[in-house]
Design a protein around this ligand. Structure first.
Ligand code: B12
Length: 207
C-alpha cells in the first residue's frame, strides 16, 4: 500500500531521498499523481507551513523540506502533465528591480507549488515590463512581488501601474520584510502577506 503518511513525514524531516523513493513506490503501485501530491507532499508541506508560521521551525528547515518537495515533484510533474491534472492557477513571482534578495520569494514560490499552483519564477532584479509582459503571455492569475529593501519596494508601484495601463487582469500580491498592509493598500496592491504560509492562503483564495 502506498505510504502517503510516510511521504508527508519524510518531507517534514527534509529527507529528499526517502521522499523520492516513497513517491516513486506509490507511482509504481499505480496511485494517481494527484493523490500522491495531495495526500503526501502537500499534506507534509502544510505542516511545514504552519510550523514555520508559528516559529517552531526556521528558514533552513523550510529550505530542506522544499528540496524534498522538489525531489517528489520531479517524479510527479511528468505524470501530472500526462494525466491532464489542472493547476489551481498560474502564479508569477519575482523580486523587484534593484533587489537581489530571494530567500523569502523562493519560500513563497515553493509553498505555492506545494499547493498545486503552476509557478513561473522570474528570479531577482525583475523590471515592471518583464512582470507584466510575462503575466500577459502566460495568462497569469496572480503576480507576486517581493522586496527586502526600502529603496526597492517603491518599484512595486511601477509594476502595479504598468499592469493597469496594459489592461493586465492578474491580481497583484506583495510581500517582503519592509512591507506592511497599509503600504500595500497605498500602492493599490490586491493583497499582502507577511509570510509564505499566509501568502499561500491569500493567493489560493484568488485562484
Ligand atoms: C540574507 C540577506 C541578504 C543576502 C541575500 C541573499 C539572498 N539570496 O537572498 C545578501 C548578502 C546578498 C544581501 C545583500 C544586501 N542587503 Co540584505 N539582508 C539579508 C537578511 C539578513 C535576511 C533576508 C532574508 O532572507 N530573510 C528570510 C526570509 C525568509 O524572509 P523574507 O525575505 O522577509 O520573506 C518572508 C516574508 O517577507 C514573505 N515574503 C517575501 N517575499 C514575498 C513575496 C510575496 C508575493 C509575498 C506575498 C510574501 C513574501 O514571505 C517570506 C517567507 O515567510 C536581511 C535582514 C532581515 N532580517 O530581513 C538583510 C536586509 C534585508 N538587507 C539589507 C541590506 C541593506 C542589504 C544590502 C544593501 C547590503 C549592502 N550594503 O550591500 C544588499 C542589497 C543587495 C541588493 N541589491 O539586493 C537591509 C535592508 C534595509 C532596508 N530597510 O532597506 C536588511 C534589512 C539588513 C539590515 N538590517 O540592515 N542581504
Amino acid at each position: 500500500m502506498a505510504d502517503f503518511k510516510g511521504i508527508a513525514e519524510a518531507l517534514i524531516e527534509g529527507n529528499a531521498g526517502k521522499v523520492k523513493d516513497l513517491v516513486q513506490g506509490a507511482a509504481d503501485e499505480g496511485e494517481g499523481p494527484q493523490k500522491i501530491l495531495d495526500e503526501g507532499l502537500i499534506a507534509g508541506m502544510e505542516v511545514v507551513g504552519v510550523r514555520f508560521k508559528n516559529c517552531e521551525i526556521y528558514v533552513p528547515e523550510v529550505l530542506v523540506s522544499a528540496r524534498a518537495m522538489h525531489a517528489g515533484m520531479d517524479i510527479l510533474e511528468p505524470l501530472l502533465a500526462a494525466s491532464g491534472a489542472k493547476a489551481r492557477g498560474v502564479f508569477i513571482v519575482g523580486t523587484v528591480k534593484g533587489d537581489l534578495h530571494d530567500i523569502g520569494k523562493n519560500l513563497v514560490a515553493m509553498m505555492l507549488t506545494g499547493t498545486g499552483w503552476k509557478v513561473v519564477d522570474l528570479g531577482v532584479d525583475v523590471d515592471a515590463e518583464k512582470f507584466v509582459q510575462t503575466a500577459l503571455d502566460v495568462d497569469a492569475d496572480v503576480i507576486g512581488l517581493s522586496a527586502l529593501l526600502t529603496t526597492t519596494m517603491v518599484n512595486m508601484k511601477s509594476v502595479i501601474e504598468l499592469a493597469k495601463n496594459k489592461d493586465c487582469k492578474a491580481k497583484i500580491v506583495v510581500g517582503g520584510a519592509p512591507l506592511t498592509q497599509s503600504y500595500a493598500d497605498e500602492i493599490g496592491a490586491d493583497g499582502y502577506a507577511p509570510d509564505a504560509a499566509t501568502a499561500s492562503e491569500i493567493i489560493s483564495s484568488m485562484g
